[in-house]
Design a protein around this ligand. Structure first.
Ligand SMILES: [Zn+2]
Length: 97
């Protein structure tokens, strides 16, 4: 999974006691500099729902797992990455880099 803004890989973390993913857009300081973009935080359960919906939409006949491990495997098999932003997620072909 990657950030839709800076394309970095999302890191897993815990947010309010829930599994989540975040991107700090390359910022390492906890201080908020003026004009700095807010960190991206996504709850894992929301993300799983969104990715599941995207896979079903892409191939209605496919057996789409609703479990996180199954989804991750399916994305790898299809060579897809999830591009995330605060508002939405999208699937894109994995770049060879
Ligand atoms: Zn980012």
């Amino acid at each position: 999974m990657r950030c839709g803004w800076c394309r970095r890989r999302l890191e897993s973390c815990w947010s309010h006691g829930r599994a989540a993913y975040r991107c700090q857009h390359g910022n390492t300081s906890a201080k908020r500099a003026a004009g700095r973009r807010r960190n991206l935080y996504l709850r894992e359960d929301h993300l799983i729902e969104a990715v599941h919906a995207l896979l079903v939409e892409g191939d209605a006949d496919a057996m789409v797992s609703s479990r996180a491990s199954g989804l991750a495997q399916q994305l790898r098999e299809c060579g897809l990455v999830v591009i995330c932003s605060e508002a939405s997620c999208a699937l894109e072909p994995q770049s060879p880099a």
